[in-house]
Write a new protein. Structure first.
Length: 529
């Protein structure tokens, strides 16, 4: 027998749940709930209670596991088995027979979904899940891929047509929670001695404390430096900024084509192995990033002179970075504004060094650099759109790409509207859609070289001339020609690009590299160029 009922469980609107509040503690707790609680703890406990199958839940991810399905073995006591858990979703296999297919319902699945969603509603209000079901799932290698495509198609339909209300009903006689759009219900002392907040916010902030312990245990070796022990913060103002008016960066990086690799898996062993490899990839890459930052601080690369004030909590140095989402090839973290582009670039390069199924991993990233108290969800949305713009460049040109945007006052609308309103001139678009980072002659390397040539050394431009250059990029051709003539007479040289004439006429084919050079200068420390 090789047929069973397959169920795929996914979390809907993860970003809305994680970034519903502008309080970092809320965001961290919500991320921890999704990564560590809803599948690895809640779902596993519901299955164990319903089927009493002991340690089978851990076996699927064991190093020595041969990925044999237990459901069909002779005298098997198991009625359910985990296919995999990872990447923000899970796949389960349930026993069935001809009667199940004839009835069009598997009662084991119905009971599981009822108990699991009830548990989530009680434990984590506001969290939405979706399910895909295939009652006739064929595990044989020649039918597995087609069966899984039907399963994915079913969950896609369910996400679009079913929108359950998973938040408690808010009565008109209650005050609104200052952190969410829900009703005030409970007092949470770490936030305020007198202010009531919603139950959802209390749950997230409580989970944040558990997240702190989990992170420190996960990266215990990487958090040891020459200057002492390091730790993470759940306070936006502790990321090393010199003032609360300084900038932070939200970074979102996603691997290229990993989803297609999952779709192309031809059997369950390959699917499980891929899931495990992608999960291990995330752990290794984040360890490299943390080790890199610790070395920068140990070597005094991040100091007051270049805009950093590394703080202490309980005699531990606070890293200017806090991971928010680390799920397979999907990374989101918040950091000091001056580190956003550098760390995104490093993370992508670290991913390029990794191998999944023996193949290199390309990735694209988006970096939104914003004021410390800029609305969180809006900033994350911008970072995600920037990542998608980088993905478009990757689809057109292959490789790994990075896109960034710096907001000094705040933007409204989507990325397309922002570019149209803020960066479009009669000469062309001021900012590049993305920069390639995965090759020696990458456009990101050229951008950093341009910063060094324009701002460092004996040939550095005076600040007033840099500001004139920024302004003249928006002006007419005559003004630009006059500016180039004047600066040439003063022996001020613009960075040159081989095969292009930007240094002679500023614009070429509706693009100029100099605006991004000027913008990024204050957000890429000289020591890291």
């Amino acid at each position: 027998m090789s047929k069973c009922t397959a169920v795929i469980v996914d979390t809907v609107s993860i970003q809305s749940y994680v970034f519903a509040s502008n309080k970092l503690k809320d965001n961290i707790g919500a991320s921890y709930i999704i990564e560590e609680q809803i599948y690895k703890t809640i779902m596993v406990n519901v299955l164990r209670k319903q089927f009493s199958t002991g340690n089978l839940w851990e076996k699927w991810n064991n190093e020595d596991e041969k990925f044999e399905v237990q459901l069909f073995k002779a005298y098997s006591p198991f009625e359910c088995e985990i296919a995999y858990i990872g990447g923000g979703n899970a796949m389960l296999l349930f026993k069935n027979d001809a009667e199940v297919i004839k009835a069009g319902e598997n009662k084991l699945v119905t009971k599981f979904i009822r108990e699991y969603t009830l548990e989530l509603l009680q434990r984590f209000p506001g969290l939405k899940t979706a399910f895909g079901i295939n009652l006739d799932f064929n595990l044989t290698s020649d039918q597995f891929k087609e069966s899984r495509q039907l399963l994915i198609a079913d969950i896609g339909r369910n996400k679009n047509c079913y929108h359950p209300n998973v938040s408690p009903v808010k009565h008109g006689i209650v005050e609104d929670c200052p952190l969410s759009n829900e009703a005030e219900e409970e007092l949470f002392h770490p936030y305020s001695q007198t202010q009531l907040v919603s139950k959802s916010s209390v749950i997230k902030m409580t989970a944040c404390d558990k997240s702190q312990d989990t992170l420190e245990n996960q990266f215990i070796e990487e958090l040891r430096g020459l200057k002492g022990a390091y730790t993470f913060t759940d306070d936006l103002e502790m990321l090393g900024q010199l003032s609360e008016k300084a900038y932070i960066a939200i970074v979102h990086v996603d691997g290229n084509g990993i989803g297609k690799r999952f779709v192309d898996c031809e059997d369950l062993p390959k699917l499980r192995e891929l899931s495990k490899q992608v999960s291990e990839l995330a752990d290794r890459v984040m360890k490299k990033i943390i080790t890199h930052i610790v070395k920068l601080i140990d070597n005094d690369k991040l100091n007051n002179k270049n805009g950093f004030e590394i703080r202490k909590i309980s005699n531990k140095l606070v890293l200017p970075l806090r991971p928010l989402i680390t799920a397979g090839d999907d990374f989101t973290f918040i950091c000091h504004g001056k580190l956003g582009v550098h760390l995104a670039e490093k993370l992508i390069l670290f991913m390029n060094e990794e191998r999944v199924q023996g193949k290199p991993v390309a990735a694209c990233g988006g970096v939104a650099i914003i004021k410390t108290h800029y609305p969180f969800y809006r900033a994350y949305t911008l970072a995600e759109e920037l990542m998608k713009a980088a993905k478009k460049q990757s689809r057109d040109n292959e490789g790994s790409w990075l896109s960034f945007m710096i907001s000094s006052g705040g933007f409204s609308g989507n990325l397309e509207n922002i570019i149209h309103q803020q960066f479009t001139t009669p000469n062309g678009i001021l900012t590049a859609s993305a920069y390639r980072v995965d090759e020696q002659a990458s456009t990101m390397s050229k951008l950093k070289l341009g910063i060094k040539e324009l701002f460092t050394g004996s040939d550095a431009w005076p600040t007033n001339k840099v500001m004139q250059l920024r302004d003249v990029l928006r002006q007419d051709e005559f003004s630009q020609t006059s500016f180039i003539t004047e600066t040439s007479a003063r022996q001020l040289k613009l960075p040159e690009y081989e095969g292009h004439s930007f240094h002679k006429k500023l614009w070429e084919n509706k693009f100029s590299p100099y605006y991004d050079i000027i913008e990024l200068k204050d957000f890429y420390p000289d020591e890291l160029l």
